[in-house]
Design a protein around this ligand. Structure first.
Ligand code: ATP
Ligand code: MG
Length: 225
């Protein structure tokens, strides 16, 4: 299909151990440019396992993954790290900001790690859109949970990645801030044509997405689109 920026074909993941856990079972998924997808499912159903594989932070036991048309399987570690830096943005439940850096410094960090310089005007515009312009020189410890999460969204968007993946990004926020974060992800998909995949157990948050996929016992089923 056209405009597919992220595709998983027959992805399985088994955690080996005394009793092996089949966390994902032959999942087929594709994500279009600019599409906002929510993934819902019970605790232990395999949501985080799937998201980590989509982010190339973990490898599938079987199956293939393509990001921006590039096949991830079999890539060397260095090539994979570069692909991840350039094409994947990740948003964590607990924000994962560096406490000794300001909001602005946190946001530009992935750009600098990739050996490039940021466009200050673009970063300022992004911070305005995300309603954190006033946090520019603040450290994470001086910011509210909502502000920290909006900063981590800015960091994920700053590199203009093929896909932004978020694991329970609203999990630590109250209803009002959670709604704002989900709305901003929706805005990013509309304004920046950003592909977004959000894991959530909150069906209200899932309503902000273009489509909802449900995962149960390691298998993905479509709920609505
Ligand atoms: N590192 C690991 N080693 C062994 N088993 C694991 C590991 N990580 C996850 N699992 C198991 O794989 C299954 C899927 O876990 P996963 O974390 O993907 O679920 P989840 O849907 O994200 O759950 P939650 O909503 O609680 O975050 C669970 O049975 C879990 O116990
Ligand atoms: Mg999880």
């Amino acid at each position: 299909m056209e405009d597919i920026v992220l595709e998983a074909k027959g992805i399985s993941r088994t955690y080996e151990g005394k009793v092996p856990v089949k966390a994902l079972k032959k999942c087929d998924l594709s994500f279009r440019k600019g599409e906002f997808t929510a993934i819902i499912g019970k605790s232990g159903s395999g949501k985080s396992t799937l998201l980590r594989i989509l982010a190339t932070l973990d490898l599938p036991s079987e199956g293939e993954l393509y990001i921006g048309g590039e096949k991830v399987n079999g890539m060397k570690d260095s090539a994979l790290a570069a692909l991840r830096r350039r094409k994947v943005g990740f948003i964590y439940q607990d924000y994962n900001l560096f406490p000794e850096y300001t909001a602005y410094e946190n946001i530009i960090m992935p750009i600098h790690l990739d050996g490039r310089r940021e466009d200050p005007e673009k970063i300022t515009e992004l911070m305005e859109k995300l309603n954190i312009a006033g946090c520019k020189d603040k450290f994470p410890g001086e910011m509210s949970g909502g502000e920290q999460q909006r900063t981590s969204i800015a960091r994920a968007l700053a590199t203009n990645p093929a896909v932004v993946l978020a694991d329970e990004p609203t999990g630590n926020l109250d209803v009002e801030n959670a709604g704002e974060v989900a709305q901003l992800l929706r805005l990013a998909s509309e304004v920046y044509n950003q592909t977004i995949v959000m894991v959530t157990h909150d069906s209200q948050m899932a309503e902000y997405a273009d489509r909802i996929l449900k995962i149960s016992d390691g298998c993905v089923e479509k709920v609505l689109s």
